[in-house]
Design a protein around this ligand. Structure first.
Ligand SMILES: [Zn+2]
Length: 140
């Protein structure tokens, strides 16, 4: 990875600065230039480390979204709701449409209380009309 190589170069340059003979920095102009160079290299090192972490994070998000796209192929839509599918037919409870926008396929749960019932997403806590979904064929 290019950032790793750049990070290593900056780190080794910082290391080389530390090994300069003290006599080289005894001249005020040279000493100031070395100090500025050290500061610039530290800033570059931090920026590169931040960029590397951001790239790693985005790579993970891309991987998760690709997996979600593949997974979506294992689902089917019926009457405006998305369900897991077995042989192209919906099974189980509907999936949360809010989380789906985020690339996550979370199964809604049915909630029954004294005042009524509704479906709810266990992740985002969105509330939906009560829907018991579809049954599970044998072996699913
Ligand atoms: Zn949700």
């Amino acid at each position: 990875m290019l950032i790793s190589a750049a990070l290593q170069t900056v780190s080794s340059s910082l290391g080389r600065l530390e090994t300069l003979p003290r006599a080289a920095a005894s001249d005020p102009l040279v000493g100031r230039a070395i100090g500025e160079l050290r500061t610039a290299l530290h800033e570059a090192e931090e920026a590169l480390a931040g960029a590397q972490e951001e790239i790693r994070s985005r790579d993970n998000e891309i991987r998760r979204l690709v997996e979600a796209l593949v997974y979506r192929g294992d689902t089917v839509e019926r009457a405006g709701s998305r369900y897991r599918a077995a042989d192209g037919e919906p099974v189980g409870m509907p999936l949360c449409p809010v989380c789906e926008l985020d690339g996550r396929f979370i199964t809604q749960t049915f909630v029954s209380t004294k005042v009524g019932s509704h479906n709810e997403c266990p992740r985002c806590k969105s509330v939906f009309s009560p829907n018991l979904g579809f049954g599970y064929p044998d072996g699913v």
